[in-house]
Write a protein that binds this ligand. Structure first.
Ligand SMILES: Cc1cc2nc3c(=O)[nH]c(=O)nc-3n(C[C@H](O)[C@H](O)[C@H](O)COP(=O)(O)O)c2cc1C
Length: 168
């Protein structure tokens, strides 16, 4: 069995989760950052694990482009996002991404974990025009504060357990 793990990242959260999943994969394995590698030959891989970060309610564009070029593969997904993965927003994102994955491939799993939000984005949310769309309400500030603690040790352990189970 050959397993490929890819990830896209802006601030490192998704890379952390990718690395922890890579550590527990027992097959022949390779890990690739999609931001740095554009032409990836996926022919020799039986399973592909795609790690994305959530950008405006969907999979980031780099991961989306990679996924859209895959056909008839066994694919497992993991993503990081600022919101609580169990919130309506989290469930909605996961459903959309799973659907996209299942269009041309066999989606064998999907995992979400919270990740700290880029402080530069938080600063923008406090100013026009983003303050009109995402005002820094006490609730949003509390969510951002909680997100700043993730991915933590527990999240990485959960990701490892999840992938050990689905790859078994
Ligand atoms: C431009 C931008 C858009 C984002 N959009 C969302 C979003 O729609 N929902 C969400 O929960 N988090 C959103 N986030 C937060 C990121 O998904 C989260 O911080 C993620 O863990 C970043 O991963 P990375 O560190 O691998 O880049 C956004 C962050 C940025 C910078």
């Amino acid at each position: 069995m050959n397993t490929l793990i890819t990830y896209a990242t802006l601030t490192g959260n998704t890379k952390k989760v990718a690395q922890s999943i890579y550590d527990i994969v027992k097959d022949n394995k390779q890990i690739i950052c999609l931001n740095e590698n554009k032409n990836i030959d996926t022919n020799n891989f039986d399973t592909i694990i795609i790690g994305y970060w959530v950008d405006k309610g969907h999979m980031d564009n780099v991961s989306k482009k990679f996924l859209k070029n895959l056909k008839n593969k066994n694919i497992a997904l993991f993503g990081t996002l600022g919101a609580d993965p169990n919130s309506d927003h989290g469930k909605n994102v996961q459903a959309k991404v799973n659907k996209l994955c299942s269009e041309n491939n066999n989606c064998i799993g999907s995992f979400l974990c919270q990740g700290k939000v880029d402080p530069k984005l938080v600063e923008k949310m406090g100013k026009f025009p983003l303050n009109l769309v995402h005002p820094l309400t006490p609730e949003r500030l509390a969510r951002i504060e909680e997100a700043s603690k993730h991915p933590n040790h527990d999240d990485l352990e959960k990701a490892q357990k999840y992938f050990l189970q689905i790859l078994d």
